[in-house]
Design a protein around this ligand. Sequence first.
Ligand SMILES: *Cc1c(COP(=O)(O)O)cnc(C)c1O
Length: 356
Amino acid sequence: MARPIRATIHLSALRSNLGVARRAAPQARPLAVIKANAYGHGLLRAAEALRDAEGFAVLDLDDAVRLRQAGHTCRILLLEGFFDPLELPEFSERALTAVVHSLEQVAMLEGTRLPSRIDAFVKVNTGMNRLGLTPDSLRDALQRLQASRNTGEITLMTHFANADDPRGIEWQLEIFRRAGAGLGLPVSTSNSAALLRYPDRTQGWSRPGIMLYGASPFPEQSAVELGLLPAMTLQSRIIAVQNLQPGDVVGYGGAFTAERRTRIGVVACGYADGYPRHAPSGTPVLVNGRRTRTVGRVSMDMLCVDLTHLPDADVGSTAVLWGEGMPVEEVAAAAGTVSYELLCALAPRVPVVELQ
Ligand SMILES: *Cc1c(COP(=O)(O)O)cnc(C)c1O
């Protein structure tokens, strides 16, 4: 028998969640964001399940090439564009679309000679101050790009910093509108949170990521309420049971002390599988379909759960760490992080089971 941990990926959930994105903003064309190995779900696996999307967005040129080699002919957007002029011929030959977010990239495009033109998503910094041209430098950059024989279709793009919180997107959208006024260029603005919360503001190419994997981008609204289905279920089994007396402790550092007689289950899942080590005692886990909580520190290959109120649970019982029946957002919140980080961290050593 192999170690009992596995991640089940529900391809039907990916398809269904793309349907939610389409129905929320039918006027927009979704570019499915499949960066970071499709948020841990597997690049080519997710791309195949999401092939009805108008295109894909990734970060690494290698990933874009793998998608082309797998036969995907749709638009593929590289979210940070190119880093070096040496990459440009590959963009051109593979018909990849580049985010152009800096004057350095504009100069790289001007200074080369390509077999065919590259489509550009020109990114405007509307206040997030991460990537993007300032509104002041935009017109000049656009003129240079339009004059270059290497630039094809131009789309204006920006990214929202507060789509999931009370500050919202209107303040950035206003800057974006002013920057692009009168240019008549196609646009791309919305991530999952903006698409779901401001569907009427979602025009052109949308860029849904987290929602496709079935996690809610909002702290106050669950995935179920949004009609999203979890695509990844991380599950394992209990491989040992310990009966503690009051005063007994659990795991490294004895971080948990039993106050009464306590039955502990040891689950074959640890931080080397991608479970967050910083998840404190009390983080929710599903055992045999019933909720319980972690106790003590998460170790490399194991974590412990309280079985005191689950007398039927024993060695061999199933433990769902996140996914079906145990929202990944809830586990993430208990661990002081976001669902994105947990999904992306799924370790290569965890076997994946694909379900249609
Ligand atoms: C990651 C990313 C997205 C997707 O964001 P979600 O919150 O996962 O929907 C969209 N746009 C850009 C520029 C990104 O980097």
